[in-house]
Design a protein around this ligand. Structure first.
Ligand code: R5P
Length: 282
């Protein structure tokens, strides 16, 4: 077995290979003069684990090319972050079901797929290969444990993230709850206060994705008004677009804890052990 990774997932790919004690296969990436992607994969074994987060359109194309270049080997695809997964329904007439498009495009020639905290596990049904979603909530919980916060509340910004918050909270036996959120636009979110006791205690807001940071920045302001001592933000996928990190700092968030499904300076938690465990068991 070898691990091979796209350009944007090199760190997680190397960490996974180290945990699995297998080599990383070399790949050289380049572009044609007109901007088209090109790559050459090095020698592979019979079994290949491809690690490639779809963080943007270039990463998607690169991953499709890499899958094709490895097609003489049995491929297990690790999709740590899957862009387009949030468009998982036709919310209005005429829209594409983008999650289905990406899932289908990445299934060809693949024996198995692993995702991590995908936005909605229903998306897995769109892959034409067997797909399994892994959760790094316990790993985020372990990181929070090391912060030694005094009686933290683990708070989901909405009820959709409550299961994730509960899983994080169960690591330390902490209390969990959620806020009510109304999205006003792509970057604006309003929080309706809920009956959560945050006075004189630290709060860790957890979500699957931090994108613009608008959700958590708004929540942090609200929580400080309610007497929270410190507000932290944690997520599986640090998309962090449009000045999100600065927005969170400006809102008084003490620290932003992301995983390495998207490689960021704030990637404090690695998904490597979790992925390796799933690969060993399959
Ligand atoms: C959306 O449904 C996700 O679970 C996150 O809540 C959302 O992506 C966060 O977005 P933002 O950081 O832009 O508020």
């Amino acid at each position: 077995m070898k691990v091979i990774c796209t350009e944007r997932s090199q760190v997680l790919g190397a960490r996974l290979a180290r945990v699995l004690q297998v080599p990383v296969a070399n790949v050289s990436f380049s572009r044609f003069p007109d901007g088209e992607h090109y790559l050459v994969a090095g020698d592979l074994d019979d079994e290949t684990v491809i690690v490639g987060s779809v963080v943007d359109n270039d990463a998607l194309v690169q991953l499709m090319l890499l899958i094709d270049a490895c097609d003489y080997s049995r491929i297990r695809l690790v999709l740590p972050y899957m862009a387009y997964a949030r468009q998982d329904k036709q919310f209005k007439k005429g829209e594409p079901l983008s999650a289905r498009v990406v899932a289908k495009a990445l299934s060809r020639g693949v024996a198995e797929v692993f995702t991590i905290n995908i936005h909605d596990p229903m998306v897995l049904e769109h892959f034409s290969a067997p797909a399994k979603n892994l959760s790094i909530a316990p790993d985020i919980g372990s990181y929070i444990k090391d912060l030694r916060l005094n009686n933290p509340l683990i708070l989901a910004p909405d009820d959709g993230a409550l299961a994730f918050a509960r899983n994080v909270a169960s690591t330390g036996g902490w209390e969990s709850d959620n806020l009510d959120k109304t999205r006003l636009s792509g970057v604006e979110v309003r929080m309706a206060p809920k009956q959560v006791c945050v006075a004189s205690r630290p709060v860790v807001i957890v979500d699957d994705i931090i994108s613009t940071g608008g959700t958590i920045a708004t929540a942090a302001g609200l929580l400080y008004q309610q007497g929270a001592t410190d507000v932290y933000a944690a997520c599986a996928h640090g998309v962090l677009v449009g000045g999100a990190y600065g927005r969170l700092m400006a809102a008084g968030v003490r620290d932003v804890i992301c995983s390495d499904t998207i490689e960021r300076a704030s990637s404090r938690v690695s998904a490597a052990e979790r992925i390796a465990g799933a690969i060993r068991n399959h």
